[in-house]
Design a protein. Structure first.
Length: 134
């Protein structure tokens, strides 16, 4: 995690973990529920979840197993020692399917909580196993 806005200055980057469950609703569109823990130095932690739409917008090879993805969603997040707040996230990633249900991706994300004015970034690797075949 990389702090932004009011988190920077008192916090350095940290680690994050997410669990998501998704289902393809169209061949290149997936709906997913995501829950995560985002930690920073100085004991700041944010927990929360969102409902996202993921779109595989650019196929990079003829086998359609590698592509660029965009994802966006809204949800609720709660900073440590703070109240739960409405939030949003946007992500971009490079995803590769190894089987019709299993993929790996490298992703970057931007998260925001308009009130209390908190934002942060993530960069990570994701392993996904789908309940349905793409």
């Amino acid at each position: 995690t990389i702090p932004g806005d009011s988190l920077s200055g008192t916090n350095d980057g940290g680690l994050f973990g997410e669990i998501d469950i998704g289902r393809h609703i169209l061949p290149r569109v997936e709906a997913e529920a995501i829950w995560g823990i985002y930690s920073f130095t100085n004991n700041q932690t944010i927990v929360g979840g969102s409902i996202n739409a993921r779109y595989n917008f650019l196929q990079l090879n003829t086998g359609n197993d590698t592509g660029l993805t965009l994802s966006a969603g809204v949800g609720a997040y709660q900073p440590r020692n703070g109240d739960a707040a409405f939030g949003w996230n946007a992500r971009i990633g490079l995803q590769r399917y190894f089987t019709p249900q299993f993929s790996l991706s490298v992703e970057g994300g931007l998260f925001g909580l308009p009130e209390p004015g908190i934002s942060w970034y993530t960069v990570g690797v994701a392993a996904r196993y789908g309940l349905d075949k793409r």
